[in-house]
Design a protein around this ligand. Structure first.
Ligand code: AMP
Length: 284
């Protein structure tokens, strides 16, 4: 695996791969890799000849009171894991290399960015869309792999690619979970043992929702209120940020579940200062 820190070198490498007729997949990450990230690499390898992983903690997508400086950066470990999984190129620029002086061009995806994570983290999706656009321009991929774990991010990227005619296939990757159901996340290491054991409530709530829907529940308001009570009663340390059921593409809230449409149940729960996100994509 080759590690590349410079934009110009990454662009030249990608250009020469394209000229050789290679199909390129990019897997954007912020590092602190776990099996979730590695599953994206597996999917990338199945869909391309060459896999480029970007590893960059993007200052633009963190709010002023968020964990940018303390976000884990175990670079040596990440590089070893990426290489073992078969990543061909690890693109690892510094913030200065990527944004330089006087940076002033941003990509904003409008309505799909606005609710939920976008409302709680103003500017977050503008930071994500901007850095992903830069990575697409730098790595020149034919396809990009993004986790369904970050469902709104995936919807934002899909919308951006369609709206700006980016000639890149977006491949969604299913959520990878611990054996007790907790979705893998680089932020899980912030949980203390009590919080960690109660954090399974997100996955349990998804199972409760699935049961309720199987037995005929169709009102999203009723479902959300049932799940809120379930979470608060099951897990005293949990503080709910939001629970919602939305259309899977537009992220518009829905009132009543109907056949044919695809939905997402979004769950965001805080344990101490750690926000955990989970979701379930479903049809009735
Ligand atoms: P991050 O490093 O948190 O920015 O995540 C990089 C990519 O990995 C994103 O596309 C995430 O959606 C994806 N990802 C993170 N956690 C998981 C998981 N548990 N299962 C599948 N994909 C994940």
């Amino acid at each position: 695996m080759q590690i590349i820190n410079k934009v110009a070198e990454m662009q030249a490498t990608s250009e020469s791969l394209r000229l050789k007729g290679k199909r390129i997949a990019v897997v954007p990450t912020m590092g602190a890799l776990h099996e979730g990230h590695l599953s994206l690499v597996k999917l990338a390898k199945a869909n391309a000849d060459v896999v480029i992983m970007t590893l960059f903690v993007n200052p633009l997508q963190f709010g002023p009171s968020e964990d940018f400086s303390k976000y884990p950066r175990p670079f040596e470990r990440d590089a070893a894991m990426a290489e073992k999984e078969g990543v061909d190129y690890l693109f690892h620029p510094t913030p200065d290399e990527l944004y330089g002086n006087n940076f002033q061009t941003y990509v904003g995806v409008e309505s799909v960015s606005q609710g939920f994570e976008g409302a709680i983290r103003p500017g977050h999706f503008r930071g994500v869309a901007t850095v992903v656009t830069k990575f697409f321009n730098i790595t020149k991929p034919h396809c990009g792999v993004f986790g369904e774990k970050d469902a709104q991010q995936l919807a934002v990227i899909k919308r951006m690619v369609r709206d700006l005619n980016m000639d890149i296939q977006i491949i969604p990757a299913p959520i990878i979970r611990e054996s007790d159901g907790l979705a893998l996340s680089s932020r899980n290491i912030y949980l203390n043992p009590d919080e960690r054991s109660q954090a399974t409530v997100l996955y349990k709530a998804i199972q409760v929702a699935s049961q309720k829907i199987k037995s005929g529940a169709r009102s999203t308001e009723g479902l959300v209120s049932h799940l809120s009570s379930y979470i608060v009663e099951t897990s005293p340390l949990a503080k709910i940020d939001y629970i919602a059921i939305v259309d899977a593409d537009s992220f518009e809230p829905v009132e009543k579940l109907e056949k044919e449409s695809e939905y997402l149940l979004l769950l965001t729960v805080k344990f101490g200062n750690t926000r955990l996100l989970d979701n379930w994509r479903f049809k009735i």
